[in-house]
Design a binder for this molecule. Sequence first.
Ligand code: ADP
Length: 393
Amino acid sequence: MGDTVFVLVLNAGSSSLKFNLFDMAKETSLAEGMAERIGLGEANLTSTIEGNKHRETLPLPTHKEALEAILEQLRATVLHETPIHAVGHRVVHGGPKYGDSVLVTDEVLQDIDHFAMYAPLHNPANALGIRTAMAAFPNVPHVAVFDTAFHHNIPDHARIYGIPYEISQKYGIRRYGFHGSSHSYVAARTAILLCRPLRALKIVTCHIGNGTSICAVHNGKSVDTSMGMTPLQGVIMGTRCGTIDPSVVEMLMEYEHLDYNGITDLLNKKSGLLGISGVSSDFREIERAAEQGNDRARLARDLLTYNVRQYIGAYATVLDGVDAITFTAGIGTHSTFVRAKVCSKLSFLGVKLDHEANEHGTGERIISTPDSRVTVTVVPTNEELMIARETVR
Ligand code: ADP
């Protein structure tokens, strides 16, 4: 037991709390799961602990009870008498200030609260998760790991918006980017798959899940990314609109009589794959409906793959060439269709997909042919492990 380092990773949403317990001496996950529907009557607690699945339905009025229920399960199974040595927290927005992970202090918590101005759907829940865990574990270090940090040093010209400069400066309005733990993890794994140093590679990483972002990674550093000041910009997503003409917002507010909450809800929760297809935000259901001939599902699917291809083309220019393209997250890891469709018109870059490897392989792998000028990889992401590593660092 002497050399174990147990790190609990928490990812708090407004009504959910995801957890992952790592033994960092071996970098293995001992337990993972999540409490859902917190504060909404009967809540669900599902977990996988040392390979065994557990599921409970119980009232969890607040995040405090959710964390207590999680800890009770862990103590009855993997944790026993072993203490948790540190807690790593996923925090969506680090604002202009945080370009790296930090030890949580009162000041850091106040900043996370403040940066809710950029991430109103995420930062308040993240801060609540941190406060709850700090009350439960007052004597261990808590570390905030920001989704934005990986993109902190993208060049000014790639992050400025074309609005009056004084206003950008006053409010910190600029591109921040998200999914940083994922992009940095899959870029590093891709370098390993290529047996080449990360610092010598130009990689386009495609995180395609409920939320989608594309990133241009040069020498291991993010130099551009598709999401913006908030996670709404870029490629269309499950329920988010992606990039639209800002005038659409003004027009909808006027003609649909929408206030701030109404327009925020429409663009974040009713748009994207769901809004276009009218079927679902879940890509598996979109694929099924498209195969059955549903035209709007096809349109949603086609727009997603088109957007991803557009960004790869743009980032080939940003990077002045591409060594590798990496697919990750729920859709990127699992949809053979999306990968094939995206790669189908990248022959100008020298991409040659190995269709056998694309369709029949599993897990982390190369899916381009040996003579492809650009190596295409699939790397299942592991944001939780990155957060645990950052916490230890
Ligand atoms: P989140 O952003 O919530 O972490 P994920 O990365 O888990 O999301 O991605 C969820 C998306 O992945 C959903 O749209 C889901 O339908 C899609 N997905 C999961 N498995 C598959 C699959 N086998 N084929 C196609 N899409 C899939």
